[in-house]
Design a protein. Structure first.
Length: 134
């Protein structure tokens, strides 16, 4: 249990909610970079393999492949250096941590897409819900 005073400080220090994403999602993290007196935003796209912590100390790990080499980067969730987070694809996984992806190469590193209902299935579900109400 977290102390109420600590909770109040964390709530006041939190910025806006960036994005709602899960483990296995492919995300693009837009990172603010300062080079001398210039500022720019650099995208970092990869698969979220871990999330840990809560509150102000929450972090997430994003893994991507660069020049046939796996690169992982840990981002603090409430960092001012993160401009925004975009979810590119939603992945279907059955684990809380995807560290097993480190040992895989090539197509084996892909994560299955989440199943989304088609328009016919959505209409059928709406019709069934309407019938159940009446």
């Amino acid at each position: 249990m977290i102390h109420p005073l600590i909770q109040a400080v964390e709530d006041s220090a939190k910025g806006e909610k960036l994005a709602d994403f899960q483990i296995g999602d492919t995300v693009t993290v837009y990172v603010r970079i300062v080079e001398g007196d210039k500022k720019r935003v650099q995208p970092y796209t990869g698969v979220v393999i871990a999330r840990r912590g809560r509150g102000m100390g929450e972090t997430f790990t994003v893994r991507r492949i660069v020049n046939n080499e796996g690169v992982e980067r840990i981002f603090p969730m409430n960092s001012p250096k993160i401009a925004k987070i975009e979810v590119v694809r939603s992945g279907h996984v059955r684990r809380a941590k995807l560290y097993y992806l480190r040992d895989r190469v090539g197509k084996a590193t892909r994560v299955k897409d989440k199943r989304r209902p088609t328009s016919k299935q959505a209409k059928a579900a709406e019709a069934a819900a309407a019938e159940a109400k009446s």
